[in-house]
Structures are given as C-alpha cells and as structure tokens.
Design a binder for this molecule. Structure first.
Ligand code: DX5
Ligand code: ZN
Length: 230
C-alpha cells in the first residue's frame, strides 16, 4: 500500500493553547503540523505570524508545513523560514513572480511548495514543476476550516500524478480542505500523499481517536479495493 501522512492543521485548534493542542496529535506516523498563515487580503481571514511559527517550532517536535495564504510573499519568506518552517508553500495566485518566489524559499534551505485554489488550472504550474518539492491542491476555497470538500479536485490530483510520472518529477502531492473520514480515502486513492485535516481532527474532543478514524477509513478503503481487484 502506498504510504501517506495525515497532517493536522492547527487552524481548527484552540488558538489560546496551540502548543498543548499540537502535542495531542504527536502520534506514531504524525510528524508534520500544518500551519495556515492568512493575511486578510489574499483570503478573508487573519491568523498567525512568524512568532507563532517560532513558538511551535520551539515547543513541539513537528516538522512545520507552513501554508502562506498571503500577498507580498517575498517580503515574508525569509521571516517564516527563520521562524522554523520546514516546508513553505505559497499560492500561485498570490505572486506575479512565482519562479523567483520559489527560488527564494529554496535559498533559505527549506522545501518549497506551491498551492492552487480550486478554480486555478493545473496548467499554470507547467513551467515551475521542476522547481518545487510539494504541490498543494486546495480542495476548498482557502480561508476557513470546516468547509465542504470540492470533488472536482480529485481529477486535478489524478492529472497531477500523471504529469509527475510523465516528466519523471518527484514532488509531494498534498491536499487541503474538507478532508474527513469520507473524503480522505478518495483523495488518497486519487494520489494525494499528504492529507491536511483541520476540523476532522481538532473539531473533536478526542483528537487521537479522530486521527485514527481517518487513518482507518483510508486503510479499510484500500483493503476493500484490493479484495475487489484480486
Ligand atoms: C483552509 C486552510 C486549511 C484548513 C483546513 O483555508 O488552508 O488548512 O485548516 O481545514 P479543514 O480540514 O477543516 O477543511
Ligand atoms: Zn492550509
């Protein structure tokens, strides 16, 4: 079975005790934490700055998967890298000089990710796919947790898997938005390797059970598929 990671998003956690909340999902196989940075311009919501990223880095053992939903990215990339981001993902729609911004991330010695909103064609990434370590396919319009998964995204993931194979590239495929016990198996089957889950984890009082339910849903779905095929 192809491996995958559930990446909990602390957007849906209690922001008054982020470190404590994050530590609750420090489980076997959960080694990345997704941190959503919103500026109130690119998306209609505000969240955290580099200081929060630095605190999470200092007080938790996770690799930090930092999702920048902000404009003027070049002004902030060095700050988020210095704060401890391990992966820094920027939006194709948020910067006119995507190639330059991706290089700026890699110059900081960390992984560079690029993200696409649901309405943005995959083709917009054609000329930068060689420059990225991760492609984040948004399966909701970014800005808020707890939204409904947009199913058309599955086809986008499948096509991206195909492109990666044809061009012999190696980036990670991540999906973000509306991942639940119901949608996680579909995103996994389409080809997503990192599955971000906010509300489906931190929206439940027992976070450990919530993570296990998503993992079990993927594993059981795969087992059923194998039985049908063999
Ligand atoms: C949405 C954020 C997501 C968010 C996902 O704009 O980028 O990372 O935390 O939350 P859920 O899993 O609740 O859709
Ligand atoms: Zn995100």
């Amino acid at each position: 079975m192809r491996s995958y990671k559930i990446v909990p998003s602390i957007l849906s956690a209690d922001h008054g005790k982020l470190v404590e909340e994050a530590l609750q999902v420090h489980l076997p196989g959960i080694d990345h934490l997704h941190v959503d940075i919103m500026d109130g311009h690119f998306v209609p919501n505000l969240t955290f700055g580099p200081q929060v990223v630095a605190s999470l880095k200092q007080h938790t053992p996770f690799r930090l998967d930092v999702h920048l939903m902000i404009e003027a990215v070049d002004d902030y990339i060095p700050q988020f890298a210095a704060a401890g981001a391990d992966i820094l993902t920027i939006h194709q729609e948020a910067t006119p000089h995507l190639h330059r911004s991706l290089h700026l991330i890699r110059e900081q010695g960390i992984k560079a990710g690029v993200s696409l909103n649901p309405a943005t064609p995959l083709e917009t990434l054609h000329w930068v796919l060689t420059e990225v370590d991760l492609v984040l396919i948004m399966s909701v319009d970014p800005g808020f947790g707890g939204q409904k998964f947009i199913r058309a995204t599955l086809e986008k993931i499948r096509r991206l898997v195909q492109w990666r194979k044809e061009r012999r590239l190696k980036f990670i495929i991540e999906v973000d938005g509306g991942i639940t016990e119901q949608t996680a198996p579909l995103a996994y089957e389409a080809g997503a390797e990192y599955l971000v889950a906010g509300n489906a984890v931190f929206g439940h009082p027992d976070r450990v059970a919530a993570v296990h339910r998503i993992q079990r849903a993927i594993d059981e779905h795969q087992a059923r598929r194998r039985t049908i095929i063999t």
